[in-house]
Design a binder for this molecule. Structure first.
Ligand code: GCU
Length: 341
């Protein structure tokens, strides 16, 4: 197991400063939050999940100082229960159920889900003229510290959280955010920026998500900037081949999730996301949680495949297999939350 003695420590740094650094150097400034978010139910499938939980397509309309933006979300809540916990799932597709979201099973475990497709917010490319980007960036032009697409998807996840506040079936104190890979990076940033969440779940988020960037044996900043420069702010480019000059590392993103919980899931064969560096981040962020009087991760020994480290405010597992958001991951998430029905 690697050791990292050269990580900048977030201990003693104010949370607002941790966030300022992360936004300035990596993700960029997020558009200002909406002053109103309203939902209009466009369609209802009353027979969804054998009639146990209607599926509603809802169009959210967000009004902010910079203008107006609307996008669809998909809402499923168990009919027979009240005060249900909820997952806000930032997904690659708008299908419900989906290969990344076993919706009926989540209903059976007593969870509501609010899902949106990230490309309904803005396309996953360097075009900043469409969707939310088209409204907030005039002529598609960004300044060096304006956010990239991860910041825009994060903004949308927080708007869904705003909408969730109006849903009477949902227990507002038990709402978590989940995302896989690029959307795992997004889930971690969402949890960092929004203290209303109970837990942020990162599935295989890897480079510029959960994984420590220094001494990474998978994807490096130069790889991610070569392929996906538009996920980040322009400032991030200066860290290509210069990880050691980062004034932070990715454990700051986990630390910024405090005081609520955060969870990192890895997959054994997903070398690109670098499970070992994802785990190191949990161990390093754990010291920060401890420094503010909270339990962090319950073991700092890299676990065997299939084993979970649960019980603290930072959870971790590494399952067998490759880069995917699987049913097994969801079941570990539900176990970690440990909400008694
Ligand atoms: C690429 C990218 C990763 C990202 C992944 C995904 O592999 O290099 O950083 O996490 O796509 O989102 O699926």
């Amino acid at each position: 197991m690697k050791k990292m003695d050269n990580l900048p420590s977030p201990i003693g740094v104010e949370k607002s400063e941790i966030l300022r650094v992360l936004l300035k150097e990596e993700y960029g400034a997020i558009p200002s939050r909406p002053y109103s978010v309203t939902g209009r139910v466009e369609s209802v499938d009353a027979r969804f999940a054998a009639g146990k939980a209607p599926l509603k397509k809802v169009i959210l309309t967000c009004l902010a100082e910079w203008g107006e933006f609307s996008f669809p979300v998909y809402y499923v809540a168990p009919k027979s229960e009240e005060n249900v916990p909820c997952f806000i799932h930032i997904n690659f597709r708008d299908s419900v159920p989906d290969k990344y979201q076993p919706t009926e099973e989540l209903v059976d475990y007593g969870f509501a889900t609010l899902t949106f497709c990230y490309e309904d917010v803005s396309s996953d490319d360097g075009d900043f003229t469409n969707g939310l980007a088209g409204v907030v960036f005039k002529n598609g032009e960004r300044r060096a510290d304006d956010c990239g697409k991860i910041g825009l998807w994060t903004w949308a996840a927080m708007a869904v959280m705003d909408y969730a506040q109006s849903l009477s079936e949902i227990d507002k104190t038990r709402i978590s955010v989940v995302g896989h890979s690029r959307l795992g990076k997004t889930a971690l940033l969402t949890g960092a920026l929004d203290e209303r969440f109970y837990c942020a779940f990162s599935n295989d988020s890897g480079c510029s998500g959960a994984a420590i960037s220094r001494d990474n044996s998978g994807e490096l900043i130069k790889d991610i900037i070569r392929n996906f420069p538009y996920w980040f702010c322009e400032n991030y480019k200066k860290y290509v081949d210069a990880e050691d000059t980062l004034p932070f590392d990715q454990h700051w993103l986990l630390a910024a999730n405090a005081p609520h919980k955060v969870y990192v899931a890895s997959a054994r064969d997903d070398f690109w996301a670098c499970p070992e560096n994802e785990f190191l981040s949990c161990a390093a962020a754990s010291d920060y949680y401890n420094s503010i009087g909270l339990e962090g991760i319950m073991s700092k020994t890299f676990p065997e495949e299939g084993k979970c480290i649960h019980g603290g405010n930072i959870g971790y597992h590494m399952r067998a297999g490759d880069h995917y958001l699987s049913r097994e991951d969801w079941l570990h998430y539900i176990n970690f939350l440990n909400f008694k029905k």
